[in-house]
Design a protein around this ligand. Structure first.
Ligand code: BYC
Ligand code: FE
Ligand code: FE
Length: 473
């Protein structure tokens, strides 16, 4: 196959065919990626035709095209958002200098680490979700799952492109490693905690896309501010896909809540499990789990790594350029909640060291808004129940709350009490088994939905809800 045809095979807007060395490097990585996708991508899908959107342009409007695509023919590509004219480094020690088109030598290892951590989460989530198709509640939901999966695959391509293009042999080695770690594997786990957890059922999948993909959004927004322009442009394009992932999660949980409320009102009971739907307290426990595990993804509250990557101009704050301060933070402080003798206390720390916490709080505020939208669904049914986010210190494994035990309201308790009452607050084995028991066979009839979830109000891309979103060979 000629090099030019091969360039067509990796759709890209980075003039890949003009850089033969890079093209060859990606060409040798591609079959390994395909092998990984066949082994770890969505189970049993190679011949199904899925109504997917595919990126065809990186311009803000009309980047996507919808149509049935055979999963194994999906073409992952490399897309960067259009360059911004005269873009500058907008924060840190280099504020005001022209944005870098290449990696500043002394920042190589920090930047490579950020890109590697980001890249690692993408295939991890595909691995976590690989069996969900076997118990999909509808073709509409199956299609959304596959859409999320192929886009996470493309996000890996985005980071692998940066590693190959800018980090030489080290970068190529990192790219190979991306395909050899496995979510949940004892010997070669994925890098970050949450990406080694199971996503065994659809409630977990929807919580994950609502909460954990939203960490993706906030981290990508912080990296989109980067002074390293290729990273910024990669992340800006990835963000255009992220909105759909969070929509899938929020609307998915919303439809499960809707169905629970319908059954509660029809039967005048809170005991809805006997009707085969998911009760609200179980949804609350899933929320507590995904929220606390995802909080850990922001790292330690007080972190010199975060200060360093900010100072270097590599990773900014959420909406950095919209913030009205000096964007250097040398003389600013930020108040961070600390555990202090059986309670909590706000402590002023240098703002540079508190950047992880600040990003976590931006994310938490956004999650809280979504939870309030779910509460509106419950209130609309006249049901006296509210979902609530647990305290930030609840069930943490990273950072300065990881040594203390806290109930969801934020009361510091003994580890014994936590262990004893754990199942009130986090999904118990019985909860997980119950939810899994609802995930029977896949629902493959257009327009049909599993009993435990309400249909969506409308379909994808103006198609009907009973459109044949997935066709099986
Ligand atoms: N698990 O100084 P600290 C997404 C380590 S999601 C395990 O606080 P830092 C997606 C840390 O590595 C977005 N280890 O760290 C969503 C460090 O180790 P070393 C993913 C952890 O660097 C859904 C040590 O603890 N993108 O895209 O300030 C589907 C000290 O910590 C964890 C990014 O995360 C953990 N949770 O912060 C698909 C952006 N947390 O160096 C995709 C890139 C910390 O001492 N990554 N550690 O050995 C980063 O910006 C930073 O690496 C982190 C960590 C914010 C993750
Ligand atoms: Fe992603
Ligand atoms: Fe995502």
């Amino acid at each position: 196959m000629s090099a030019i045809n091969y360039a067509d095979k990796i759709p890209n807007n980075v003039n890949l065919s003009e850089d033969r060395k890079l093209q060859r490097a990606l060409e040798s990585w591609q079959p390994h990626y395909i092998d990984w996708w066949r082994e770890m991508g969505p189970e049993g899908t190679s011949t199904s035709e899925v109504y997917l959107r595919t990126a065809i342009s990186a311009e803000p409007d009309g980047w996507a095209q919808f149509g049935h695509v055979k999963m194994e023919d999906y073409r992952w590509g490399i897309f960067l958002a259009p360059p911004e004219k005269d873009r500058k480094v907008n924060f840190g020690a280099h504020k005001g200098e022209a944005a870098w088109q290449d990696v500043p030598g002394e920042y190589r290892s920090m930047l490579r680490r950020l890109i590697t951590v980001q890249g690692d989460t993408e295939p991890a989530s595909v691995e976590q979700q690989r069996l969900l198709g076997q118990c999909c509640p509808s073709l509409y939901d199956l299609r959304n799952l596959f859409q999320v999966n192929v886009e996470e695959g493309r996000h890996l391509w985005a980071m692998v492109y940066l590693l190959h293009a800018y980090f030489g042999r080290d970068g190529r080695e990192e790219a190979e490693e991306m395909l050899s770690r496995r979510s949940g594997d004892a010997d070669k786990p994925r890098i970050l905690g949450a990406f080694n957890e199971k996503t065994a059922d659809w409630l977990a999948f929807f919580m994950f896309t609502f909460i954990t993909d939203r960490d993706g959004k906030y981290q990508l927004c912080a990296l989109a501010e980067s002074g390293f322009d290729p990273l910024s442009r990669s992340c800006r394009f990835m963000l255009t896909e992220e909105a759909h992932h969070m929509f899938v999660g929020e609307s998915g949980v919303g439809r499960i809540i809707e169905r629970a409320c319908q059954v509660m009102t029809e039967n005048r009971t809170e005991d809805v499990r006997k009707f085969g739907v998911i009760d609200l307290p179980t949804i609350q426990r899933y929320l507590n789990f995904h929220y606390s595990v995802t909080s850990d993804l922001y790292g330690a509250e007080v972190s010199t790594n975060a200060a360093t990557s900010y100072n270097m101009g590599l990773k900014g704050r959420f909406e950095e350029t919209k913030i009205g301060d000096d964007h250097q933070l040398e003389h600013t402080s930020y108040s961070v909640l600390h555990p202090v003798g059986g309670g909590f206390q706000s402590v002023e720390v240098p703002a540079l060291n508190a950047l992880n916490e600040r990003l976590r709080l931006d994310w938490a505020e956004d999650v809280a808004k979504g939870v309030e939208r779910w509460n509106k669904i419950i209130a609309k049914h006249g049901i006296d129940f509210r979902l609530a986010l647990p305290h930030l210190a609840f069930n943490r494994a990273i950072g300065h709350f990881s040594d203390i035990a806290v109930d969801p309201q934020g009361k510091v308790i003994s580890t014994e009490e936590f262990a004893r009452r754990r199942d009130e607050w986090l999904p118990s084995q019985a909860d997980l088994a119950y939810v899994l028991s609802l995930m029977g066979g896949a629902v493959h009839k257009p327009g049909q939905f599993a009993n435990w979830i309400a249909p969506p109000p409308r379909g994808i891309n103006n198609q009907a809800v009973d459109f044949e979103y997935v066709r099986f060979a």
